[in-house]
Design a protein around this ligand. Sequence first.
Ligand code: ZN
Length: 161
Amino acid sequence: MILYDLACASGHRFEAALESMRAENPPCECGAPTRRLLSRLNVGGAASAGPSRDDMPNTWHGTGRGNPEVLRGWHQAMTRREKLEEKYPELAGDRRPVLAHEGVFADRPLKAGDDLAPAVSEATFARKSPARPSDAPRPAATNPGGTASATNTRPTTGTTN
Ligand SMILES: [Zn+2]
């Protein structure tokens, strides 16, 4: 049994347990056809699917303004989610999830599966130094309480020519 959240064309939402992912959706009690919201899966009656992509923060503010702890938490949650979706494809949507697309990520959204530290430093670097050659001074660590810069040995190669 798979527990689905359903929504009808009129916006009513309800949940229903279906025999399989191929089962037909029951119609809403208003009579309208329904679609699945892909939000939950009852895996053997025990495991939780964890937060879904719809739960992810989609604003810069929602990430605690790029707070590394917040981003790391979502990164881990979405990494788990991706593995779960490999086993249970009905969980997966057709979207590449975007963790953050505001602030320093306005031009290059942070997506689930991206390496966090390089993504943050690249976005920050691109934001602060739009067209400097590679010997430009590295931006100071601006992460509040951040620990991201300790083990990053990758050279900060710019994307400009
Ligand atoms: Zn309805």
